[in-house]
Ligand binder design. Structure first.
Ligand SMILES: [Zn+2]
Length: 184
């Protein structure tokens, strides 16, 4: 039992590439850096987060195997919902067999100890999306008439902007309340 657990744990950590190692940093590391100097840290960190998403995807879709190809740093939304920090992101990955590149959505939640190997984050969902998928509804918050009557909307995310493509709403946990989130 322990061996199995260890293996799953290792897989999540090494799901990406060798340069995911050491990708975690704490904000004190960046204290004296300019925004430009911080970029490589975030590039490595978010690539690692995307690879954590892919590890989750591979566990749930063992017939497919994808490798990370690219992502835009501003396609990552960090926000708080119900006292938990969530991360919603889009990134691209290529199927190693067919070579076709797909757009992915991943949600990660800060629900473990921040001192663990993944900064306390674990993947709650990861799936393939496309440009026809529904975008985040953050921009609707300023246009009250378009808001749903119910504050809770299981189909949509109100933390992300329109450009972040989301899968079916019930598959992810954060962002369903039609309200302003503290977005980083
Ligand atoms: Zn979202």
């Amino acid at each position: 039992m322990n061996v199995t657990l260890c293996r799953i744990h290792d897989q999540e950590i090494v799901g990406g590439s060798a340069d995911d190692a050491g990708a975690e940093f704490n904000s004190a590391t960046l204290f004296y850096l300019t925004a430009e100097e911080m970029l490589p840290y975030y590039k490595r960190l978010y690539k690692k987060r995307a690879n954590m998403g892919l590890a989750w995807y591979h566990k749930n879709n063992p017939e497919d195997f994808y490798e990370f190809t690219s992502m835009a740093l501003n396609d990552v939304y960090n926000f708080m919902d119900g006292g938990i920090c969530y991360m919603h992101m889009n990134f691209k990955a290529r199927n190693v067999t067919t070579r076709s590149e797909e757009l992915f959505f991943a949600e990660l939640a800060l629900n473990n100890s921040v001192s663990d190997a993944n900064g306390g984050y674990s993947t709650t969902t990861c799936s393939i999306v496309d440009d026809d998928c529904v975008g985040g509804k953050k921009d609707l918050l300023g246009v009250k008439d378009d808001l749903p009557a119910e504050r809770y909307d299981e189909k949509n995310c109100y933390a992300c902007a329109e450009k972040i493509k989301h899968p079916t709403g019930v598959t992810y946990k954060g962002g369903h309340y039609a309200e302003d989130y503290f977005v980083d």
